[in-house]
Ligand binder design. Structure first.
Ligand code: OXT
Ligand code: ADP
Ligand code: MG
Length: 568
């Protein structure tokens, strides 16, 4: 070729980066290594925020919750086989929770993997990922990178959101092609999650059923929070006059202190209601499958609003299914109700208010106790006020007692501020979710962690310090899983549920330059958390909790199978 006529070239690395940028994806959660180390470097150089974690599972949980918070797929990038498998738990978790996420993983050479000739980190990753996510794709040619990402993005966010796997073999990154043709091969995804308008008949049916109720209830789930239709939902609930019960991550969609909130009268409303409208909440184990003791004797009729048609009748008959996206459905409700609506009978709403006030009053004194070592309520009373004073702050929460009691005690005031263990009750989401929440929103994060729960992702305190994030981790340290008092009566090994007594988790934070505090009383805890909120410095508070304070499995001890043979 004559000088000056060489063609401009691009390659797989650059096309991946360009595809992400073109689609407005500006953060990658990753752990570097072969074959994606340079991809991370180049992405960073190209202006993408590349957040490197210590373990892929935490990067994956970060990506999943980033998707939940932003409605754009969170991207997690991993190395082959072991890195991929570490990220896979988070991909499955995202799918289970309906969070849009893409796990992008480097992989080994197809020719060698398929003949099982023992390549470096050999594994048929695509086949393994497939049953654990919404969709799985592999790109073999540089010119297909654009289409590969477009398919992944669309699959993650359209319909019911979920996890998508994208397999990128090492060889792809180095493939070279003409730069102009490369640019043309990229796809900017138009209208990735199109509105899904409900049928007018389904809207009318649902409102007719709701109208006919004597004791109606609305249950708001995290799908409703995800939808970002906050104002429409608020208008609908308020206009309807129907009491609402938030599932844990829907807390704050309307404030927990709202006059119609039935959160503190949960068992009453489940038992006594005659019509229940589910908005973005599944009738899974968290709602006792819509039947049995917790739902009482009175016959129920269910209305369900969900984007996924197959969710209807999954556990019980749905008399009024409304399939559509929550924003469109609720605005159709609002329009139909504009011509007139009668609020539910006052004896029902008043009965709920008085039950709720009774429960709140019963709890109040427990929250003010100043015991040392602390019990859960004493410590949570402090944190309840922190969130009241900082309603913008994001609460991340995991553990058993630490989870269940914090859910009840800490009122939320704004949508999508409470991030927790989700549908699987998984331990380990803590630091990943805290990091993504801080990065994606810029708001301070309060992570309230059981000491066991924290252990699943504890090494990421280094990541928190490295990126200097406004995260305050409070560890409820009761020396173990559920409690710290179990004893092994057979040999010298510690009981299976207990940890080193008196451990000082605060020292871990200090090791990386953050602020560590050991808090033995509610007063000390209050001072330390307020200080962290004001300074926005990475902080870890070891909150010493009475080892005897917890109960087995928190509020779900009934799910533990019992041995009839075990001698007590
Ligand atoms: O109406 P009634 O009278 O019933 O009262 C209710 C409300 O009305 C009332 N309430 C209030 N009263 C007053 N004021 C206010 N503001 C108020 N708000 C509510 O309180 C009651 C209770 O209300 P709630 O909570 O809404 O209702 P309830 O009945 O509890 O709701 C039912 C559920 C099912 C919806 C709810 O319980 C729920 O969401 N549960 C989720 C439970 C969950 O997911 N748990 C986590 C898993 S447990 C276990 O699996 C653990 N593991 C194993 C493991 C896991 N998970 N993952 C992995 C990867 N490996 C292993 C482990 C290892 S937990 C765990 C570690 C535990 O140890 P830690 O040290 O971390 O934690 P500690 O326990 O602290 O030591
Ligand atoms: P929770 O755990 O809070 O009860 P779930 O995760 O069980 O909530 O349910 C969330 C539901 O919301 C899922 O069935 C999902 O299909 C649905 N969903 C998610 N996003 C939307 C949306 N934009 N419009 C309608 N439904 C949605
Ligand atoms: Mg504990």
């Amino acid at each position: 070729e004559a000088p000056g006529t060489e063609q401009e070239l691009t390659d797989g690395f650059h096309l991946v980066i360009d595809a992400l940028k073109l689609n407005g994806i500006n953060t990658i959660y990753n752990v570097p290594g072969i074959p994606i180390t340079d991809l991370g470097r180049m992405a960073q150089a190209a202006g993408i925020r590349v957040i490197s974690f210590r373990h892929e599972q935490n990067a994956g949980y970060a990506a999943g919750i980033a998707g939940y918070l932003t409605k754009k797929p969170g991207v997690c990038l991993t190395v082959s086989a072991p890195g991929f498998l570490n990220g896979l738990t988070a991909l499955a978790h995202a799918t289970t929770n309906c969070y849009p996420m893409i796990l992008v993983s480097g992989s080994s050479e197809r020719e060698i993997v398929d003949l099982q000739q023992g390549d470096y980190e050999e594994m048929d990753q695509l086949a393994i990922a497939k049953p654990l996510c919404k969709a799985a794709y592999r790109v073999l040619h540089a010119q297909d990178i654009g289409i590969g990402f477009a398919r992944a993005i669309r699959a993650a966010v359209s319909g019911r959101p979920g996890g998508v796997y994208l397999d990128l073999p090492a060889k792809l990154f180095g493939q070279v092609m003409n730069a102009e043709a490369g640019q043309k091969s990229l796809v900017k995804v138009i209208d990735a999650a199109p509105a899904q308008i409900p049928s007018p008949a389904s809207v009318k049916r649902a409102l007719d059923v709701l109208k006919s109720a004597k004791r109606p209830l609305i249950i708001l789930g995290k799908g409703a929070a995800y939808a970002q239709a906050d104002e429409e939902i608020k208008s609908f609930v308020e206009k309807s006059g129907v009491p609402f019960l938030p599932m844990s991550m829907a807390k704050g969609l309307l404030p927990d202190t709202h006059p119609q909130c039935a959160g503190a009268a949960r068992s009453t409303v489940l038992k006594e209601s005659d019509v229940v409208m589910l908005i973005g909440a599944r009738l899974n184990w968290l709602l006792s499958h819509g039947k049995g003791k917790s739902w009482g004797e009175a016959p129920k009729r269910f209305i369900q609003v969900d984007i996924e048609p197959r969710e209807m009748d999954s556990n019980v008959e749905i008399v009024a299914p409304v399939v559509g996206d929550i924003g469109s459905v609720v605005s159709a409700f609002n329009q139909a109700m504009a011509s007139g609506w009668t609020t539910p009978p006052a004896d029902w709403t008043k009965a709920i208010v008085s039950k709720r006030e009774e429960n709140v009053a019963k709890m109040a004194p427990k929250l003010m106790n100043n015991k040392s070592p602390m019990d859960y309520h004493g410590a949570l009373g402090v944190l309840k006020n922190v969130i009241k004073d900082h309603p913008e702050a994001i609460l991340v929460n995991e553990g058993a007692n630490t989870l269940d009691l914090a859910r009840g005690v800490i009122d939320m005031y704004k949508p999508r501020k409470r991030l927790d263990v989700g549908t699987w009750g998984v331990m380990g989401i803590g630091m990943g979710q805290a990091i993504a929440a801080a990065l994606e929103t810029g708001h301070p994060v309060l992570a309230v962690e059981g000491d066991s729960a924290f252990g699943f992702s504890g090494m990421e305190v280094e990541t928190i310090c490295r990126y200097n994030l406004p995260i305050c981790v409070v560890i409820f340290n009761n020396d173990g899983i559920y409690r710290g008092t179990d004893v092994n009566s057979v040999n010298a090994d510690p009981a299976t549920t207990v940890f080193v007594k008196g451990a000082r988790y605060d020292k871990m934070m200090e090791a990386f330059g953050g602020v560590g505090v050991n808090a033995t009383s509610p007063d000390e805890l209050k001072r330390a958390v307020n200080e962290a909120m004001a300074s926005r410095k990475p902080t870890l508070i070891n909150a010493v909790i009475d080892p005897a304070a917890g109960s087995e499995s928190g509020r779900i001890g009934n799910l533990n199978p019992q041995s009839v043979l075990q001698k007590k």
